[in-house]
Design a binder for this molecule. Sequence first.
Ligand code: IMP
Length: 217
Amino acid sequence: MTTLFIATGNAHKVEEIRQVLGGSVTVLSQRDANVRLEVEETGATFRENSGIKAVTWAGYLAVDVCNLGADYVLADDSGLEVDALGGAPGVHSARFAALDDGRKGNSSDAENNAKLLRLLAGVPAGKRTARFRCVLSLTPILHGESPAAMAAATEFFDGTCEGRLLEAPSGAGGFGYDPLFIPEGYDRTFGELGPEVKNRLSHRARALVALRGRWGR
Ligand code: IMP
């Protein structure tokens, strides 16, 4: 069976990826493999950042002595685009609050949500439209090949999920902006709807279904 190494330290993302892919592939996380690598996300788009993460990890695992037996790296870059904010926070979703004081690293979900609500104060319900976007990158781990060769062999899978933002958080499920986001066609947030519903509708679920299609599963 194909083994994917998931290039994220976000345990929520790993869990969602596992749930959507089910038993069709073997999924290894950084925690399973006990490896860590900080990858700087210097790209301007989800696709660029997703590719940077996948190729950096593939380069590392292709030469690393601890042979994990993974065939591919799967990276996820994702975030929220808010129409009333011209598409922000976008690629800055994870460090949205930290941008204000030049802090390094990601902000807490609570800080990011508070900033988002502050910026949207007074924006009426009909104008609080937003979408989650996810780009998955699948990079083969080619032992003995250059990172450039692995970059050239990388495939991308996209998913989006349209919705709108509440004026206060609701629900304790999921992560990130989930307690504020109501997906189109529903009247409760991802934080309230639970993993079964989220993993049918989300940006990540949609990108994963496209990835599964690659193997005809
Ligand atoms: P990344 O790890 O650089 O891709 O940053 C992703 C950030 O986007 C997360 O830290 C969240 O703030 C946000 N995000 C991405 N996917 C989701 C989701 O499924 N629900 C809620 N927030 C999300």
